[in-house]
Ligand binder design. Structure first.
Ligand code: PRP
Ligand code: URA
Length: 209
């Protein structure tokens, strides 16, 4: 599929399997989300442009690199997206962090917005939108709409577990937004949950329902 990267790595495969396990505790689940997000960051940022700079080591002057242009923004979709922030932020400490609060209405499965706090220079930033689950795609599509309305020009979406329905929803609406997944699952069930999936990511991360 166009503009879709399912990251194929043994560490990610093994850690996603541990996350799926119904016996994995809240503490362990959070640690795994953190670790997988960090591992994914390597691939998500692969195409960032760098520029040459001059530095001085204790031995001599030399040339090196820095990320070109202005910094990044990491935008989690609350609540579950919060779990993915630390692993990425550790690797890109200059990134600003914005928040988009959305929850899925249990009956309609439509996203409901309850919070939006974003960096005010989004148009100059590469945005990494994070949410562990890409199910119907409704939340991701809504979040991308909000980001574009606020001027974001470069957006990439990172989710841990996706399914064909969610990927199609994002691609059909925003074909310019690349999607990065740690796992592509089979389908959605009649309640809008990813199968085999891992259940409700927010509930498992925070231990609340
Ligand atoms: C979950 C998940 C995504 C959304 C995915 O959030 O974290 O945001 O569902 O579903 P979709 O692709 O069908 O929109 P939820 O609404 O359960 O809120 P939470 O993160 O607060 O638990
Ligand atoms: N949201 C989740 O947290 N899990 C799913 O399977 C679908 C939506």
């Amino acid at each position: 599929m166009n503009n879709l990267t399912v990251i194929d790595h043994p560490l990610i495969k093994a850690k996603i399997t541990q996350m799926r396990d119904v016996n994995t505790t809240t503490k362990m689940f959070g640690e795994l989300v953190d670790e997988i997000s960090g591992l994914m960051c390597y691939e998500i940022t692969r195409d960032l442009e760098v520029e040459e700079i001059e530095i001085e080591t204790p031995i001599t002057k030399t040339k090196g690199y820095r990320i070109k242009g202005s910094d990044l923004a990491i935008i989690p979709i609350l609540r579950a997206g919060l779990g993915m922030v630390k692993g990425i932020h550790q690797l890109i400490p200059t990134a600003k962090i914005g928040h988009i609060g959305l929850y899925r209405d249990h009956d309609t499965l439509q996203p409901v917005e309850y919070l939006c706090k974003l960096p005010n220079d989004l148009e100059h930033r590469n945005v990494i939108l994070v949410d562990p689950m890409l199910a119907t795609g409704g939340s991701a599509v809504k979040a991308i709409e909000i980001l574009k309305e606020r001027g974001a020009k470069s957006i990439r979406l990172a989710s841990l577990v996706g399914c064909p329905e969610g990927v199609a929803a994002v691609h059909n609406t925003y074909p310019d937004v690349p999607i990065y997944l740690a796992a592509m699952d089979e389908k959605l069930n009649e309640k809008g949950y990813i199968v085999p999936g891992l259940g409700d990511a927010g509930d498992r991360l925070f231990g609340t329902k």
